[in-house]
Design a protein around this ligand. Structure first.
Ligand code: ABU
Length: 377
């Protein structure tokens, strides 16, 4: 009898993790201005529009923390692969545009979405991140050779012309009333137009047959629609939260185990059907603990809510940033074995423990955790 080797398999956020990609902080840039984003770290001494590599001392600390995290996972018997960084300081172009720098490859979760035997390369919606998938190609090629059932997919590469972005969006946004901002939060009316499908993989969270997709500033309706058509055997639910700088679901709404999710205490859900769906299926939504930090970490575009950016090793074991004492205590009270992982130095490189990883293999199969659905949602 021939036994087929399964390399890629992961249907949710909590089944026992056996194989994972952990990113690398090497060469990460504060990216050059582009239509989607102009970095402004004036409070950290880097005025709006300036760009360049993150400082060497920060890189050394982030490297040390990421390598230790990878070693911790390996010690627990989890296979760890790492991407191949590019020279992110290089100028890149397509026939449509030129972008003075790329970004980095610390957060594989932003680029790679694993659903069952498939790994899907996201479109991404920043020009500086258009080529980031190349860092993962050596790994994906290897999985393709090792696993005859691996579905290697890439969403249509977007053109990202100026027409993909609303002109003068950020200038206008600054003049908006609170009501206008509230309306944007409820409808996902952010900088992206609907000219082509756009999404980051980190806007999606997985629970077996159900996928929840955040209509954030880096994912548009066309992106959600493309995902729905791409995963016809799944139920795909758009979600919205109270946050004026929305990027990715994994510091906002985090699935912990069947029946339990952590909800950001500030970024409350704005889609009543989502809340109803969880209620109907007896899920408990627990408000996250207060984060350790007051504001954004230095030179970081990620918020203090990385406190809830965790990695589940199995339904009972959770990796949490070691500086998040209150969050760890809450998880402990919820019955988890908490593994504190020093990771604060990695924030500026693009995120926390969930961002820094992408699932390759978790035990388990596609189960239905939401048998009681809501018509039309
Ligand atoms: N994946 C990054 C999360 C960023 C944030 O919510 O601040």
């Amino acid at each position: 009898m021939t036994v087929t080797k399964v390399v890629v398999n992961s249907w949710n956020e909590w089944d026992p993790l056996k194989h994972v990609i952990v990113g690398r902080p090497d060469g990460t840039m504060i990216q050059a201005p582009e239509p989607a984003i102009i970095r402004d770290f004036s409070k950290d001494g880097l005025p709006k529009g300036l760009y360049g590599p993150l400082p060497d001392d920060m890189l050394a600390m982030a490297t040390e923390q990421m390598d230790s995290f990878a070693a911790l996972l390996e010690k627990r018997g989890i296979r760890v692969d790492r991407p191949t960084p590019l020279d992110f300081s290089q100028c890149v172009s397509t026939p449509d545009w030129t972008q003075k720098t790329m970004f980095g490859c610390m957060p594989p979760r932003d680029v790679l979405l694993t659903v069952g035997h498939e790994i899907l390369e996201a479109t991404m919606s920043y020009r500086s991140r258009w080529f980031e998938y190349l860092c993962y190609r050596p790994l994906l090629q290897r999985y393709f050779q090792e696993d005859p059932n691996f579905r290697w997919e890439a969403a249509p590469k977007p053109r990202l012309t100026n027409a993909a972005y609303k002109p003068d969006y950020w200038d206008e946004y600054r003049t908006w009333t609170e009501d206008q901002k509230a309306q944007a939060m409820r409808t996902g009316d952010w900088i992206l137009t609907e000219i082509e499908p756009l999404f980051d993989a980190a806007d999606i969270t997985r629970a077996g047959k159900d996928l929840f997709v955040y209509h954030s500033s880096v994912t548009n309706s066309a992106g959600i629609s493309w995902l729905r058509r791409h995963f016809p055997d799944h139920r795909l639910h758009p979600v919205y939260f109270r946050e004026t700088n929305p990027i990715h679901i994994d510091a906002t709404f985090v699935l912990l185990r069947p029946g339990l999710a952590s909800v950001n205490r500030q970024r409350v859900p704005l889609e009543p059907r989502m809340v109803e769906l969880f209620k109907r299926n007896d899920w408990e939504l627990v408000e996250c603990a207060e984060p350790a930090l007051d504001g954004y970490p230095p030179l970081s575009f990620c918020s203090r809510w990385l406190s809830m950016n965790i990695l589940m090793l199995d339904p009972k074991t959770i990796c949490v940033d070691a500086q998040e004492a209150k969050q760890m205590e809450q998880f402990d009270q919820l019955g988890f074995e908490v593994i504190p992982v020093p990771f604060g130095a990695v924030s500026a490189f693009g995120g926390g423990l969930h961002c820094a990883t992408a699932d390759v293999y978790r035990e388990g199969k596609c189960d239905d955790y939401f048998p009681h659905q809501i018509g039309g949602y």
